[in-house]
Design a binder for this molecule. Structure first.
Ligand SMILES: *Cc1c(COP(=O)(O)O)cnc(C)c1O
Length: 424
C-alpha cells in the first residue's frame, strides 16, 4: 500500500501488522498519563512483561533452595546459560556451540582480543572505522599499550569521504588490501551507533580473511536488529550487549560468538577460569584446565543468574517471533517513519536531513537544521523519547517489537507542532 501521512493510514498499517499484538508484551513509561512513543530501543530496550516471572523464579529458588539451586532449581543454575545459546544462535546466525553469554560487552571484546590479537613485528595493525563508539576506541588503544605498541602506529581508521555521512564498503576493502600482511585484526561495529549504517559485514570479513587477518565484530547495534550470519560469513569472533534491541535490562550480560574452528583448540591464547572447564569434571576441582568444546570455554566465572533471567525471557520473545518477521516489520516501520519525516518537512521551515544511508536497520539519524535543544525538550515533555546529540541530531530507532505505525504518525504531528509553535 502507498503511505499517507494520516492517522487512518497508520492505523491500517497497524491492523495488517502481524506483530502488532506484541505491544502488549511490554511495559511503557508514562508521560501525561499515556504510553510514551519510544525511539530509544537502540540505547535501552523496554521491559517485557514476562521478564518479572523469570526473575521471580530465580529469587524463589534462591530463597527456598539456596545452594541446592545450582542443581535442583527449576532451571538449574550450573548450566542456566546454556539455555540462551540456541535462541541467540538464531538471532546472530551461529551454531549454539559458537555462543556464550558472560560479562559485559567491552570486557568481552578485551577477552576476545586476548585470543585474536597477538601482534608480531610484521603483523600488528588493527583496522576499525573512524569515530568508533568511544568504548571501542578506548579498548583498542589500551590493548596496543598493553602489547607495548603505540596506538598511532597500530590503529588504522577507515574514514568517510569528505561531504559524505556514510562509509563505503570499497573503502574498507581498499584499506584492508593496502595494509595487507601487516594487518592483524579487523574489529568494527557492524551497525554504526551514530548514523545507523549497516556495514557489509560479509564482504569486509572476506577481505580481512583474505589477507590473513582475524576479523571480529562489535554487534551492539546489530543484534536483534538486522540479519546476521556470523558462521556463514566466516567471522572469527563477535560480541554484543543485550540491553539495546535485545530488551534484557540495563547493563545486562553480553553475548559472544567464536567460530567453531577455534572450539577444539586447547592452546589458543585465552584468559581462563573454572567455568570454562568441562562441567562434568568441574567440581572434581582438578588442577588442569579441560576446556568445554564450545564458546563457553571463554567463560571465566559462574554467571550472574539474576542477569541471565531477563535475557532468557527476552529470547523467548525473539524465538516466538523470529528475526525474519522482525526485520520485515522493521523495514516497513522505518520506511513509514522516513515518509512521515519527509511529509512534515514540507510543512515546516526547518529542514530535515536524514544521514542514515539505505543500508540500515531500524534507526534513522536526522539533522534538524535550524532546530536545537528546545525542540528536544518539547518532544520529551510531549512523551516522545528520543536520543539527542548536540547540536541538532536526533536518532530515532522504532523497534519493531513495540513501536507502532500510529506512533510514527503521532510523532510527526508532535514534531510539526513543536517546530511551528516555536517559530509562530
Ligand atoms: C552500546 C555500545 C557499547 C557499550 O559497551 P558496554 O561495555 O556494554 O558498556 C560498546 N560498543 C558499542 C558499539 C556500543 O554501541
Amino acid at each position: 500500500m502507498t503511505f499517507q501521512n494520516t492517522l487512518e493510514c497508520a492505523k491500517e498499517l497497524d491492523a495488517s501488522d502481524p506483530l502488532s499484538k506484541y505491544r502488549e508484551e511490554f511495559h511503557y513509561p508514562q508521560v501525561n498519563g499515556k504510553d510514551v512513543i519510544y525511539f530509544t530501543g537502540n540505547s535501552l530496550g523496554l521491559q517485557p512483561k514476562r521478564t518479572q516471572k523469570f526473575v521471580d523464579d530465580v529469587m524463589k529458588d534462591w530463597r527456598e533452595l539456596a545452594v541446592e539451586g545450582h542443581f535442583y532449581a527449576e532451571k538449574p543454575w550450573w548450566d542456566y546459560h546454556e539455555r540462551l545459546a540456541e535462541g541467540l544462535g538464531k538471532v546472530v546466525g551461529a551454531h549454539p556451540q559458537e555462543i556464550s553469554v558472560m560479562n559485559t560487552l567491552t570486557v568481552n571484546l578485551h577477552l576476545l582480543m586476548v585470543s585474536f590479537y597477538s601482534p608480531t613485528e610484521k603483523r600488528f595493525k588493527i583496522l576499525c572505522e573512524e569515530k568508533a563508539f568511544p568504548s571501542d576506541q578506548y579498548m583498542l588503544q589500551s590493548q596496543t599499550r598493553f602489547h607495548g605498541l603505540k596506538a598511532e602506529d597500530t590503529i588504522v581508521e577507515v574514514k568517510k569521504r569528505p561531504g559524505e555521512h556514510h562509509w563505503r564498503t570499497e573503502d574498507f576493502i581498499q584499506k584492508i588490501k593496502e595494509i595487507g600482511d601487516e594487518l592483524a585484526l579487523v574489529l568494527i561495529g557492524g551497525v554504526n551507533y551514530y548514523n545507523g549504517q549497516v556495514l557489509d559485514m560479509k564482504a569486509i570479513t572476506e577481505a580481512g580473511k583474505s589477507v590473513g587477518a582475524f576479523v571480529g565484530w562489535d554487534l551492539a547495534h546489530a543484534v536483534g536488529n538486522v540479519e546476521l550470519k556470523l558462521h556463514d560469513w566466516n567471522a572469527d569472533f563477535a560480541a554484543w550487549c543485550s540491553y539495546k534491541y535485545m530488551n534484557s535490562g540495563p547493563g545486562n550480560a553480553s553475548g559472544i560468538f567464536v567460530h567453531e574452528r577455534y572450539l577444539d583448540k586447547k592452546d589458543i591464547p585465552r584468559f581462563e577460569g573454572w567455568w570454562g572447564t568441562k562441567k562434568e569434571t568441574r567440581f572434581l576441582m582438578q588442577p588442569e584446565f579441560d576446556p568445554i568444546e564450545t564458546a563457553d570455554a571463554w567463560q571465566l566465572s559462574n554467571p550472574p543468574i539474576l542477569s541471565l533471567a531477563p535475557y532468557l525471557a527476552s529470547l523467548e520473545l525473539f524465538d516466538e517471533v523470529g528475526m525474519d518477521a522482525l526485520i520485515a516489520k522493521q523495514k516497513k516501520l522505518t520506511a513509514f517513519l522516513e515518509f512521515v519525516l519527509h511529509e512534515v518537512d514540507k510543512e515546516v521551515d526547518s529542514t530535515f536531513e536524514i544521514i542514515t544511508p539505505k543500508e540500515r536497520g531500524c534507526q534513522l539519524s536526522v539533522f534538524l537544521h535550524g532546530e536545537g535543544r528546545p525542540l528536544f525538550d518539547y518532544l520529551m515533555k510531549e512523551g516522545v523519547i528520543v536520543d539527542w546529540r548536540e547540536p541538532n541530531v536526533i536518532r530515532l530507532a522504532p523497534a519493531p517489537f513495540y513501536c507502532s505505525f500510529a506512533d510514527m504518525y503521532n510523532f510527526g504531528q508532535v514534531l510539526k507542532t513543536g517546530i511551528l509553535s516555536k517559530s509562530g
